[in-house]
Design a protein around this ligand. Sequence first.
Ligand SMILES: [Zn+2]
Ligand SMILES: [Zn+2]
Length: 247
Amino acid sequence: MSLKVTMLGTGVGVPQPGRSQAAILVENDRSLLLDCGAGTLLRLDEVGHDLEALDSVLLTHLHLDHVSDLLALANARFLADLPALHIFGPQGTEIYFRIAKSVYPNLDKMNATVQELKPMDSFALKGFDIFVEDARHSVPALAYRLESEEKVIVYSGDTEPCPRVAALAKDADLLIHECSFPEPFDVTNHTTPKKLGSMIRNMGIKRVVLTHLYPQALGCEDEMAEQVIELSGSPAIVGWDMMSVAI
Ligand SMILES: [Zn+2]
Ligand SMILES: [Zn+2]
């Protein structure tokens, strides 16, 4: 069976038309959510995904554009009388959820579970073997490699170009990598197309989807993808909300 990846949210903390905040839905015969920024619940409904089938979320980091709909998702499952949500995330996820519980006592009734992950962790979840690596961002941030039935998906989360993320992506069938700004922006904590393309050159990555685009990228999408293709040697496209990729 093929894997289906749907880009629910390809945007950032700054509102912009057509780009909701970070979220990716990965489906084999089960499903898994990567990040849960504002707009995720609406996008899940728009793609017709049943909340019942979605009980696990992997968070890359705790910036609001990656977690804003997390409590809303836990609450939506609670209101629908569904079993607990399982949340996996970086260092800080447990205290984040504990503080949220002190503000919203109802969260206690939801029985959500929280598991913090570290770089180099690996575990099995929903038919995927999941490998965790450090990303390079302004707060603790993780990248994920998901392997299922000999298919490999890698998601960078927010990161500067990072050799550890590149190594994680080696030979991936699909790399979903942040590419926040077009050239010639000089940014820290995030990635631009030329740096990304150079970093993943000759890594055997079969397809790259760029995500986490700031409004400054508007109108530069084709050029950004071409720069990644030229330098990496891998096919690349800019992601849009609701775009699905089958691998
Ligand atoms: Zn972000
Ligand atoms: Zn961030």
